[in-house]
Design a protein around this ligand. Structure first.
Ligand code: FES
Length: 64
């Protein structure tokens, strides 16, 4: 799914940066991707994806 239509950034790209590069905030995400640099409507969705991915990851770690 495209999160940032202006820059063509997908939720998969965001999740990958959170899990593989340790991105934990919008500020860090923006260092990797130009997300939100145009209209900015994607910022809230991107923040949710970061938060949910971190939660999923910590649940996974506790179980596994
Ligand atoms: S949708 Fe991301 S800057 Fe416009």
């Amino acid at each position: 799914m495209f999160v940032c239509i202006c820059k063509g950034i997908t939720d998969h790209q965001i999740r990958q940066l959170v899990t593989e590069s340790g991105v934990g905030s919008m500020r860090e995400l923006k260092q990797h991707l130009p997300l939100g640099s145009q209209c900015g409507t994607c910022v809230k969705v991107a923040q949710n994806i970061i938060d949910n991915t971190i939660i999923d990851e910590s649940l996974f770690k506790e179980v596994g």
